[in-house]
Ligand binder design. Structure first.
Ligand code: ADP
Ligand code: MG
Ligand code: MG
Length: 369
């Protein structure tokens, strides 16, 4: 990784920063890209900060399409926020162009770099510690959905094809069970059965989208808490960041993935399954925030299907862990024997708990509609 970042000075030269370069350091706790904070002294004497990132080329194979998505979405957001008299430098990311007018720079060893204005006086959290922060992230992701409600989602590139195409993921799972190349299927009989019993759920949302009953939306696809910058003064979510996976998709999947990771009382790989459950207080906090942020831009059908979005994202995630376990742990990095099976079990336990709390989930999503 360090080697990939060796050409950082080349990148600093190529990108159209103003003023005189001062210094840079690693920044933040993101796991995907290499992120740096970089400082420039402007001609007026003040110091300006930027975020400089080396994009992860293993995950993102097509930087042109990816940056086009980010550029188009952030330009749209900037126009919208400007019309609403908001602060366009803090409420959306701003891409800094290269000196020759491109949204990113490819250095002499092929690593790709891009820069954004630094949004200062903010904090971000890796884990959900309290309902307030989770609520704020719901407001921010809902607001993001609201601002982009009239953006033509179909014009975005699908940078990771079939990312939340659950039926396609289900087919891959069936294939892994059938081939059972590691002889592990017998270890996971109960989990395999659990998923097969829910086969008819897998395609529900995609079919509704195809039938025109659920709209295609701009989705973020990485709606973790730490992808929201929270204003240190007001404590409010101010900017949605990390737009690498912005794609056309379903609003209920963005919502559902937030619930999956944030409203679970246990860690993603907890072995003691009695600790795994859906925390209805956290569920309510996020739902309230999300629907407030959406400000009426969701359809009745989308609101009705929010619980389904949460269940489906959890089931899909559990199914991906199980598939990876069956094919020999080739995608998710493991730190112990059976790690992916453990991860699968927490997700499926969470699905089961959601099914038991279904009426409450319905009541809560209905309450804030
Ligand atoms: P990753 O995909 O690796 O998570 P992110 O784009 O989320 O990368 O960036 C990593 C971290 O850098 C973020 O969690 C945040 O703390 C910080 N960061 C990213 N962009 C900005 C920005 N425009 N202003 C301030 N901080 C930022
Ligand atoms: Mg991030
Ligand atoms: Mg990311």
């Amino acid at each position: 990784r360090e080697e990939y970042c060796s050409k950082i000075q080349e990148a600093i030269e190529a990108i159209g920063f103003r003023g005189e370069y001062l210094d840079h350091c690693r920044y933040g706790s993101g796991h995907i890209n290499d992120t740096f904070l970089i400082r420039f002294k402007e001609p007026e004497g003040n110091v300006e900060r930027y975020i400089l990132q080396r994009m992860n080329h293993e995950i993102f194979k097509n930087p042109d399409e990816l940056m086009e998505n980010i550029y188009n979405v952030t330009s749209f957001l900037r126009d919208k926020i400007s019309k609403m008299h908001g602060d366009t430098k803090r409420e959306t990311m701003n891409v800094i162009y290269t000196k020759d007018g491109r949204p990113y720079f490819k250095d002499s060893i092929g690593a790709c770099w891009r820069a954004y204005l630094f949004v200062g006086d903010t904090m971000s959290f890796d884990k959900v510690e309290n309902t307030k922060d989770f609520y704020e992230s719901g407001v921010s992701f809902g607001h993001f959905q609201n601002l982009l409600a009239d953006f033509d989602a179909a014009s975005l590139h699908e940078t990771i094809p079939d990312f939340h195409n659950t039926p396609v993921r289900y087919e891959a799972f069936l294939k892994a069970v059938k081939e059972d190349i590691c002889g592990r299927a017998k270890e996971a009989e109960a989990e395999i059965r659990f998923l097969m019993q829910r086969e008819k759920d897998m395609g529900i949302c995609m079919e509704l989208q195809r039938a025109g009953e659920l709209p295609l939306r701009v989705t973020h696809n990485d709606t973790k808490l730490n992808n929201i910058l929270i204003d240190t003064k007001t404590g409010k979510g101010i900017c949605v960041i990390d737009l690498d996976t912005v794609m056309p998709g379903l609003s209920i999947f963005d919502y559902g993935d937030s619930i999956r990771f944030g409203a679970n009382r246990a860690a993603e790989d907890e072995r003691d399954l009695t600790k795994v459950s859906l925390d209805l207080k956290l569920f309510e906090a996020y739902t309230k925030g999300f629907l407030e942020g959406c400000g009426g831009s969701l359809t009745e059908k989308e609101i009705e299907l929010l619980p389904m979005g949460a269940k489906l994202m959890t089931m899909e995630c559990g199914m991906r862990f199980l598939t990876d376990y069956l094919v020999g742990d080739t995608y998710f990095r493991i730190h112990r024997e059976g790690h992916n099976l453990d991860r699968c079990r927490t997700q499926l336990k969470l699905v089961e708990d959601m099914e038991q709390k279904w009426d409450s989930m319905k009541d809560i999503t209905g309450k804030y509609r």
